[in-house]
Design a protein around this ligand. Sequence first.
Ligand code: PLP
Ligand code: COI
Length: 362
Amino acid sequence: MEIAVRAAGTDVAKARATLEKDLGFGRYFADRMFQMKFNEERGWHDAEIIPYQALQMDPAAMVLHYGQEIFEGQKAYRWDDGRIAMFRPDANAARMNRSAQRLCMPPIPPDDLVQATLTLVGQLAEWIPSSPSTLYVRPTMIASEAALGVRPAKEYLYFIICSPVGPYFPKGFAPVRVKAEPAYVRAVEGGTGDAKCGGNYATSLLAQNIAKSEGFDAVLWLDAKEHRFVEEIGAMNILFVVDGKLVTSPLHGSILPGITRDSILRLAADEGMKVHERPLSIQELTQGIERGVVTEAFGAGTAAVVTPVGIVGWGGKDYAISDNQVGPITKHFYNVLTGFQYGKTKDPYGWVRTVEVPARVA
Ligand code: PLP
Ligand code: COI
């Protein structure tokens, strides 16, 4: 794919000043973006890197009415030796296209998705902070056709924006308190839970607000049919150590197939740990915590990497896992993944892709 670089070079002083701030998550944006357009005649076309700017959109653009939107979440890491790397960008490309299929949006050749991401990130090298901060990369596809009929749009915009970020949870790598949600659900089997579309996150906001007002950090989502089986936390997959084995929900339609989750399951199996992808009920979880059989729980996702879960709230009671301390297996996976991502440990899986930085911005 030909990418026209219309904005090369960065406002270095602005980039440096930004990286010195308390970055938070998704507050600041790098000064260039990628975009390309789709219509039925030309397919995907006009791939370009342009200055970061507001989108010009017709108020009838279908994304604004029926939510035909999908996105990805990736990160670019600055290594101590100055190199820049990304983690499994091909897996994000594959998931983007699976989401596209679910939302009736046009696929993009996976190699083009990876190329667009790596090219933009290479151009934005000055915007990538050092460990433990990162550049969060947000590829997004929206239905841009102006029309009000309920049907798939015929025109789309794909863009990538980037945001230098600190830890997703302000406390960093520390146990979070999560509320098992008895009434609201995030996703249903047959719905869009296994696609990364904005609608899933809109659905999650009310329960998240209530949980936050009660002093929790995130919602622990239960299945929609029986309100019984543990599915995800916040915007992460969740894994447990039960009787020394790694347990996580199978991917049965309502759960996002996380790349972090997939990587951890692979690492665990290769290290000889028993891995069970099976349903785990909230009753088994709370009783297991009380009996000391469930010794660790952690969220897994790009934004929050590996996040220890210290307390599960259910039925008005707090269940503290291993005295709300970070467990050794949680810490281990955090160390291994961040070791690969920041180039501190050699990655034998070929997951890490270093990014070419054009000489003028190196
Ligand atoms: N589940 C949800 C709902 C998410 O938003 C995310 C974040 O992308 C994940 C799980 C974890 O996925 P990944 O590890 O690919 O970032
Ligand atoms: C990610 O981990 O990339 C996520 O999707 C979290 C995000 C919704 C903030």
